[in-house]
Design a protein around this ligand. Structure first.
Ligand SMILES: *Cc1c(COP(=O)(O)O)cnc(C)c1O
Length: 498
């Protein structure tokens, strides 16, 4: 068999301590079934503190808005509601997320409504005094109409911009490149019309700042967008408006794989496998977007950069430290000079290390006659733990039920299949190496799944059970748990016992 290629997860405390408590995790799945998601609300509070310390290092005021769409959990949102109201808010992208945030203890003034919005979402956001992050001039008109016709108070709004341009140093004089297209926001070239609309509707909306959210890992692209927003806000001030905040969105990223070397070896091997110079490392030679055209690899790997030397708060620090392309000073200095508050909307990175997903091993069988690999069928399907929908590749951690028999310790290459009668229901298309072949009844723990992987694609196909979610908290030498929906940020956990 080929040498095992691992992609072992980055696991920090307290997630590491939770993973180490095998009997506790087995008892949870025995009681609540497979699959099961486990959340650590304390970890989300710690992540918030790390982002806040980056604000402090750069002397910036502002707020961390959790992008709710990363996880449906009540426990996480309630835990965040208990944080300093001046420092922590929530970003909601649907009417239901808004209702949920309010029910979890967020007051309207700590809520940011983003994304495209229907009339009910706009009305409730306006009614409770949320800040509306406007997606388009049309949305501005609809919101203003609602405010007037329902006699609502003036609504604080940010305007989301997109289509940032930059002079391209390599493309010859006068060449302008536009950053990646987005369905969302108003292109910067259309801001004159937007400014007029803000002035025209000043009786209904209070313009408080500009926003962007770029779906990229490129920090230079974000620094460019930040600078262009600052320049736009200057124009607004010159016209007599009084903006005071810049919202740089989310996308600070998470490092999922612990070791750079493992990620490099695996991605190199994937390219070699696509070229056919080594055996496949994926189910049926899946190339994750790469293909072999006459001996050359084409296409781009549709994969999240799972090893990240800088992510989360460190990435924000890097963005704030980077010189603005035209003005030269650092992004943080620009914000300070203009007295702008900084808003951020981290989703994935705010729930880094906040949970894991468990699945019971139901069946183990040889994959075919000669590869030596096995198929491991889990009590879970690809909708329950949608890692690959978000491009995240990482090995699960094997939690054996009992002690392994002597001689069973050889690494085993396995394909992880789901509980649906569908050829395509694989938890990951990677050939995954485990320290030994799992047995029926063992658990596999997928670490660090709280960002998008837990419930984003959950469905009722075949009436298979949807994963339950529990919140856990360390208590002395053991753990306490409660259903996610019963968690409140009071002691004891769940708040049900006197
Ligand atoms: C999805 C989204 C976020 C969160 O993005 P992450 O990559 O999870 O940090 C923030 N803001 C907006 C507008 C979004 O759509």
């Amino acid at each position: 068999m080929d040498a095992p290629l691992y992609l072992r997860p980055r696991v920090d405390p307290p997630l590491a301590a939770l993973l180490a408590d095998r009997p506790f995790l087995h008892s949870l799945v025995d009681a609540l079934g497979s699959p099961l998601h486990v959340l650590l609300p304390e970890a989300v509070a710690e992540n918030t503190a790390r982002f806040r310390s980056v604000f402090r290092r750069h002397h910036l005021a502002g707020r961390v808005y959790f992008a709710h769409k990363a996880n449906r959990s009540s426990a996480l949102v309630r835990r965040l509601a208990a944080e300093d109201p001046a420092a922590v808010g929530v970003d909601v992208a649907s009417l239901e997320e808004l209702k949920h945030a309010l029910g979890c203890g967020f007051t309207g003034d700590r809520i940011m409504a983003t994304g495209p919005k229907d009339a009910a979402f706009l009305w409730l956001a306006a009614r409770v005094g949320a800040t509306v992050n406007l997606d388009s001039p049309g949305e501005l008109e609809r919101l203003s109409g609602l405010v007037r016709s329902h006699g609502l108070g003036r609504v604080a709004v940010l305007v989301r911009l997109s289509g940032f341009e930059s002079a391209d140093g390599h493309g010859g004089a006068g060449t302008r490149i536009v950053s990646r297209r987005s369905r969302f926001g108003t292109p910067v070239r259309d801001t004159q019309a937007l400014l007029s609309a803000l002035e025209r509707n000043a009786d209904a909306v209070e313009f408080t700042g500009a926003a962007y959210h770029l779906d990229t890992t490129g920090v230079e692209e974000k620094a460019r967008a930040l600078e262009q927003c600052v320049l736009f806000l200057d124009q607004c001030r010159a016209r007599g408006l009084a903006p005071r905040a810049l919202d740089v969105g989310g996308g600070f990223g998470v490092g999922y794989v612990a070791e750079a070397g493992e990620w490099e070896r695996w991605t190199t091997a994937l390219t070699e496998a696509v070229l056919g110079v080594r055996p496949p490392l994926t189910w049926r030679g899946h190339g994750y977007g790469l293909r072999n055209e006459g001996g050359t690899v084409r296409g781009a790997a549709a994969l999240y950069p799972a090893y990240r030397p800088t992510a989360g708060p460190g990435y924000l620090d890097e963005l704030l430290s980077l010189p603005a392309p035209a003005l030269g000073r650092s992004s943080a200095t620009l914000l300070l000079e203009h007295l702008h508050d900084l808003y951020i909307e981290p989703g994935r990175s705010l729930v880094d290390q906040c949970g894991l997903s468990l699945a019971r091993v139901l069946d183990v069988r040889p994959a075919d006659t000669d590869s030596g690999h096995h198929l491991v069928r889990l009590g879970m399907n690809a909708g329950d733990m949608s890692l690959e929908e978000h491009g995240v590749l990482v090995d699960p951690v094997l939690l054996p039920r009992g002690e392994a028999a002597a001689g069973d310790e050889a690494p085993a290459g396995v394909y992880l299949t789901g509980n649906l009668c569908l050829e395509g229901d694989l938890i990951t298309r990677r050939l995954v190496f485990l320290p030994r072949l799992p047995q029926e009844g063992d658990l596999l723990a997928f670490a660090n799944t709280a960002g998008y992987a837990m419930d984003f694609h959950a469905h009722h196909a075949q009436r298979q059970p949807i994963a339950r979610t529990v919140a856990v908290e360390r208590q002395g030498d053991s753990w306490r748990w409660c259903p996610d929906e019963d968690y409140w940020p009071i002691t004891p956990l769940g708040g049900t016992t006197a």
